[in-house]
Write a protein of this length. Structure first.
Length: 451
């Protein structure tokens, strides 16, 4: 087991490019926390889309009502579907032309633009709000795929777990600091020298857009662009050639059996992770009656417990292997969600919700970092953008299943607790499939491709 001094020594050994790469997690986590997880999700579901009473629609002669929480999940679905269709082409094109960094800059800029656009969405703007959020989410996810694709290229196989874990840790720190700033803006602006009521949700959205772009600059400047794939002439990277390359990848699926098996497992367990996080503030608001400040405090607890958790699990990954550590993290997720379903067993429900948040915070970064590093170890560096696009697609397919499952259970039962426990099923399925993944075989297949 590695000691603190050994960890510090390895962190000091990171190259400049690795440090520049990790800054992007610090930047984009502001969108994940303040927009998706806490503030805009609650504002959209509770104010823009009518909260528990929902919004009435009249389409093709049919009258129906959809709860605000379900409408937010449907807006998540917009971004998810866009990502699923666009992502593989972006990934293949990036590898064929050696343009991962250029594309990362472009999609980040567009994502920041639409995030800023959320500042101008008013109560009742259900469709424009859902569309703007969906596009911003799509850009966030495309950028994440391109960013992740650099991981196998900026560090050695030995350090993948620690680099991945540390970058997740920086992400939780960045998301937590931005969220804390947003809390001060909304609840106590006097600390910043402004009068009460100066800031609203619109100012929060503008601050997130600015935070995302500014703190992404070290990545834009410090990470090197990789050359095109050696086996393909970048001048032929036209739509038909990109499509042919995608088809060829699927034909060669047997060469990467463990990678594809892992993606199936990832499809299920990441569904549980992302849907739980994106709906946690809605659950706290509508099921437990928590205030905005209490919900932000809850997410600050998650963010700052996830920071040491991500580093810890990164070290455990490099010591015991990705698969074992990821299995442990998923098991803790299952226990935590069953507890959330049964809140009130030992004390009041809100207090227990805070304790469950601490448990989830510790394994949140660990599960995400170990999943990313496991996939990176299965990925040939020359095809990293293409393969990480499939990694992203697996996560996005999960996000289709998640919102649909969450919305369907909520509509049928009018109970967010039942929607939360439905996620446990996906964790269990993912854990069972992960058990069948052969980590050594997957690493060897990637190494053979690189020779």
């Amino acid at each position: 087991m590695l000691g603190i001094n050994s960890i510090n020594q390895r962190l000091r050994g990171f190259g400049r490019e690795a440090w520049a790469w990790t800054s992007y997690d610090f930047a984009n986590s502001a969108f994940a926390t303040s927009v998706t997880a806490v503030i805009f999700s609650k504002y959209y579901a509770g104010v823009i889309a009518g909260g528990a009473r929902g919004t009435d629609f009249h389409i093709l002669g049919f009258d129906f009502n959809i709860p605000g929480a379900s409408l937010f999940q449907l807006s998540v679905l917009i971004g998810t579907v866009l990502t699923i269709f666009i992502s593989p082409f972006v990934g293949v094109f990036a590898d064929m032309t050696g343009s991962k960094k250029k594309l990362l800059i472009v999609v980040t800029t567009v994502g920041c633009f639409f995030t800023a656009g959320l500042a101008f969405i008013n109560p009742g703007d259900v469709l424009p709000g859902g569309l703007f959020y969906g596009i911003a989410l799509c850009m966030f996810l495309l950028a994440l795929n391109l960013y992740n694709a650099f991981l196998p290229q900026i560090c050695s196989q030995r350090d993948i777990g620690l680099v991945s874990g540390f970058s997740w840790a920086l992400g939780y720190m960045g998301g937590g600091i931005c969220l804390l700033l947003n809390l001060i803006m909304l609840e106590n602006p006097g600390i910043l020298g402004f009068e009460e009521g100066t800031f609203g949700v619109s100012h929060v959205m503008l601050s997130v857009a600015l935070w995302w772009w500014l703190f992404a600059l070290p990545t834009f400047v410090g990470v090197k662009e990789r050359p095109p794939r050696r086996d393909i002439n970048s001048q032929t990277a036209r739509p038909r050639q990109v499509w042919k390359n995608l088809v060829q990848t699927f034909k060669q699926a047997r060469k990467y059996k463990q990678l594809w098996l892992f993606l199936i497992a990832y499809l299920f367990f990441t569904n549980g992770i992302e849907t739980t996080i994106s709906t946690a503030s809605i659950f706290g608001d509508q099921e437990l009656g928590m205030s905005t400040s209490s919900l932000i405090t809850l997410f600050l607890i998650v963010q700052f417990t996830a920071f040491p958790g991500a580093i810890l699990f990164g070290v455990l990954v490099d010591t015991y292997g990705n698969k074992k550590v990821l299995s442990l993290a998923l098991s803790v997720w299952i226990v935590a969600l069953i507890w959330v379903y049964n809140l009130g067993l030992f004390t009041d429900a809100v207090t227990e919700f805070y304790f469950a948040a601490v448990m989830i915070g510790i394994v949140l970064g660990g599960s995400q970092a170990s999943a990313r590093s496991l996939f990176a170890s299965f990925t040939p560096p020359a095809r990293s953008a293409e393969f990480f696009s499939f990694y992203g697609i697996s996560g996005r397919l999960a996000s289709v299943m998640g919102p649909l499952t969450f919305a369907a259970v909520n509509i049928a039962t009018r109970s967010l607790r039942h929607s939360i426990i439905a996620m446990v099923v996906f964790f269990v399925i993912g854990l069972i499939i992960l058990y069948r993944v052969n980590e050594e075989e997957g690493i060897q297949a990637a190494a053979l491709e690189s020779q």
